[in-house]
Design a protein. Structure first.
Length: 145
């Protein structure tokens, strides 16, 4: 009798937890794209952020938006191409980033270029730290930049 009550209580607890967790899992799945959007922000928001940090002129902002929009479209296309191996995808992403960064630096004056290069360096360092902590690989091999 006591065993049946315990079993019934255990089953109720498991079902109760399942009912409580299911909406959270559904919410996470629904917001999955938002997480991805944080990684690859909207080009207009990127222009705003860069404008604040680099003190861009209106002309520079106008020239920057199509570069960032094109980069976002290319990156999305690469992510959706399931025929690419991980290495091919990584190489294409690196190529797109290098190309867009070359175009961006061509728009900047010398002071802005220095600030932009420092921003890029900080982002690379944060990415390395993130890769190291997420994979547990301390001292991961540096990648060519």
């Amino acid at each position: 009798m006591l065993r049946n009550k315990f079993l019934s209580l255990a089953i109720s607890a498991v079902l109760g937890i399942g009912v409580a967790v299911a909406p959270l899992a559904a919410q996470d799945a629904a917001h999955g794209n938002e997480t991805h959007q944080r990684r690859q922000p909207d080009p207009k928001k990127q222009v705003e952020r860069l404008s604040k940090r680099l003190n861009l002129s209106d002309d520079q902002k106008t020239q920057l938006l199509p570069i960032l929009t094109d980069r976002q479209q290319q990156m999305q296309s690469i992510r959706q191409d399931t025929s690419l191996s991980q290495q091919d995808r990584r190489e294409k992403v690196r190529s797109v980033m290098q190309d867009s960064n070359t175009k961006i630096t061509a728009l900047l004056n010398n002071d802005q270029k220095q600030k932009y290069e420092e921003m890029q360096k900080q982002m690379r360092e944060r990415a390395r730290e993130h890769r190291g902590s997420s994979t547990g690989a301390e001292g991961a091999a540096p990648q060519n930049q």
